[in-house]
Design a protein around this ligand. Structure first.
Ligand code: HMG
Ligand code: MG
Length: 301
């Protein structure tokens, strides 16, 4: 099999992982969680998001988190609109992630705009960010299935990716928001995107594990040439406005699978599990990743 020797994992636990958590986690604990994750070796991470505190109360401390966690690594902050991008620029971050849904209904529920309205708002903002030297990542939700509209046409995903590429984004993160995709669909979509996108645009896959398909989907995406994956420590996560979305694929389960396959990630599994163990007692639900459960319940050889 023609698989990459090395894969980059983008840790999304502090943002996607925590955004839907019912317990309000104090900023100091988020900052320690981020520090433990960096200590495990992550070079790229979504720290937080600038969104309405009325819509997503857990992210209301975004400025504090950024103030304490910025360093030379790729620290992403999500922003869906002009206000979010203005706040992100003021905060001093250099890596901004915009987000939009392929499905109009989902985008309205998530950002209160149609997909086209969001793209039209983002176009000049992204072009301006690029002129000023920012790194821009575009997260594309509901790239396989929408909780309201069902199956998404892969040509619609391709069109949004090409539009973002034309605006100058550095990275596209293509997401299975509600964890409904299967490995064949992942292979097909990522092969199509690889074929049509410039080789210089980073292409990342973002899987939620609602139906236990995420590791299989990663394996299929590897075969389509993808070597970047968004993952979340402890398998935390989910979008509050996507009914049925459960946690992201767990970083520790992905690190374990890839290392068993001889693919390096640069992440230390034991330190990553320390980060998951640190955040676990603060959460309203138990951490269910396989590696975390093994650590707790099975004596290690
Ligand atoms: P709206 O109500 O239409 O916004 O919401 P508005 O422009 O009318 O403003 C309403 C209030 O929000 C105003 O404050 C604005 O200042 C404020 P007020 O005057 O009432 O005090 N506001 C903001 N505050 C902070 N940051 C901002 C911002 N914008 C306006 N950026 C809005 C529109 C986009 C704000 C709202 O819909 C929202 O916050 N949505 C958040 C959605 C979200 O965070 N979803 C989860 C992240 S996406 C995701 O998880 C998917 C992903 O993981 C990939 C995948 O798995 O699919 C990336
Ligand atoms: Mg997500």
């Amino acid at each position: 099999m023609d698989l990459p020797e090395r894969v980059t994992l983008i840790e999304v636990g502090p943002r996607d992982g925590l955004q839907n958590e019912k317990n309000l986690i104090p900023a100091k604990n988020k900052i320690e969680f981020i520090s433990l994750l960096k200590n495990a070796g992550f070079q790229e991470m979504e720290l937080t998001s600038f969104v309405s505190p009325k819509w997503v109360p857990q992210m209301q401390d975004a400025s504090v988190i950024i103030d304490r966690c910025l360093d030379d690594l790729r620290n992403f902050v999500l922003a869906p609109n002009q206000k979010g991008i203005d706040l992100a620029v003021e905060s001093g971050v250099k890596h901004i992630a915009v987000f939009v849904g392929v499905s109009d209904t989902f985008n309205k529920k998530n950002i209160n705009k149609s997909t086209e309205e969001s793209m039209n708002e983002l176009r000049p903002l992204i072009q301006d960010l690029k002129r000023r030297g920012f790194f821009v990542r575009a997260c594309i939700s509901t790239s396989f299935y929408c909780p309201f509209e069902g199956k998404i046409d892969e040509q619609d995903v391709l069109k949004i990716c090409l539009d973002f590429e034309e605006m100058g984004v550095d990275e596209l993160s293509v997401a299975d928001t509600i964890g409904m995709a299967n490995p064949s669909e992942c292979f097909e979509l990522f092969s199509l995107l690889k074929h049509h996108l410039r080789g210089t645009t980073l292409l990342t896959a973002h899987f939620h594990d609602t139906r236990g398909m995420a590791l299989a989907n990663i394996f299929a995406s590897l075969q389509a040439g993808i070597d970047r994956f968004d993952t979340s420590a402890g398998g935390l996560g989910g979008c509050p406005f996507a009914p049925g979305a459960s946690g992201n694929v767990a970083s520790e389960d992905v690190v374990h699978m890839l290392s068993q396959m001889g693919i390096s990630t640069g992440i230390h599994l034991d330190k990553l599990l320390e980060a998951a163990a640190y955040i676990s007692p603060l959460l309203s639900k138990p951490v269910s990743s396989k590696q975390f459960q093994l650590l707790k319940n099975v004596p290690q050889p």
